[in-house]
Design a protein around this ligand. Structure first.
Ligand code: ADP
Ligand code: MG
Length: 252
């Protein structure tokens, strides 16, 4: 499933001794690598800093210290124009899905294409139609965000985050607050993205079932830094006390 040459390229995302926070660090000494075609879950208790780190990894907020490398470049050392060019290769779907409430689903999804490309409107409509089909809400194009379910809005947000065919998609808790059946549909959408578009996906998640269904690898944060990295099975069987508690408190 991963491209055959994925290990010869530099990591798509790399943190070298990164600290993030608000004045004071929330996470520090973060070292991690995410490679092309991987689906990686970021795990950890509420408030440990996952969303804060995701903002730095997705080019939105500079770290307090350290080097965030995106596509092999030290992102926050680049000039604004270069940063913008790289941002177009990233898709971000945040915890608050932030669809514009006054626009139909298809107009929401079309927005990045209308703002950032000069493609003719007939082509944009067709691209949006195909992407909505891919995420499984092709029949809801003309609805307003208020008139679809929470899970459908998550999928619409994924459609918009991915409409420019980004090389990497960041999703913050895409299944939070959804019932298990709907959550499984959203998970399935993420896996489909990788199959259809070859996307690399970085997903913050709490739900073990979701992580098992989607992620190749997880990075777990606690006590202000990275406490474990590995496949889900490796983490489930970890001897580390914090990691053990995280999984076994949830699996009962
Ligand atoms: N805008 C902000 N200003 C100050 N502190 C913040 C802000 N956003 C989050 N925090 C704090 O930073 C810590 C990490 O938050 P966050 O990254 O949202 O955690 P997580 O996503 O893992 O639940 C928490 O203690 C939170 O209260
Ligand atoms: Mg969060």
């Amino acid at each position: 499933m991963k491209p055959a040459n994925s290990n010869r390229r530099p990591p798509l995302i790399q943190c070298v001794d990164v600290a993030v926070g608000y004045g004071k660090p929330v996470l520090q000494h973060v070292n991690l690598e995410i490679r092309h075609g991987e689906i990686v879950a970021l795990l950890g208790g509420s408030g440990c800093g996952k969303s804060t780190l995701l903002r730095s990894l997705s080019g939105l907020t500079p770290p307090i210290a350290g080097d965030v490398r995106l596509f092999g470049e030290s992102f926050y050392d680049l000039d604004p124009e270069q940063q913008n060019a790289l941002r177009h290769r990233l898709g971000v779907a945040f915890q608050q899905e932030a669809l514009f409430s006054s626009m139909t689903i298809e107009d929401n999804v079309a927005l990045p294409l209308r703002e950032l490309t000069r493609l003719p409107s007939a082509l944009i409509r067709e691209m949006v139609r195909m992407r909505l089909e891919l995420v499984g809400i092709g029949n809801l194009a003309r609805r307003m965000p208020a008139n679809i379910s929470g899970g459908q809005r998550k999928r619409a947000a994924l459609a918009r985050a991915s409409i420019l065919d980004p090389e990497v998609i960041f999703c913050d808790e895409p299944t939070a607050g959804l019932d298990p059946v709907v959550a499984a549909e959203v998970d399935d959408t993420l896996v489909r993205f990788r199959e259809a578009l070859g996307s690399t996906i970085v997903v913050v998640s709490h739900e073990l079932e979701s992580i098992r269904a989607t992620a190749d690898r997880a990075i777990m944060f606690a006590k202000g830094s990275v406490v474990a990295t590995g496949t889900i099975d490796e983490l489930v069987h970890s001897g580390d006390e914090t990691v053990h508690q995280f999984f076994h408190a949830r699996t009962g």
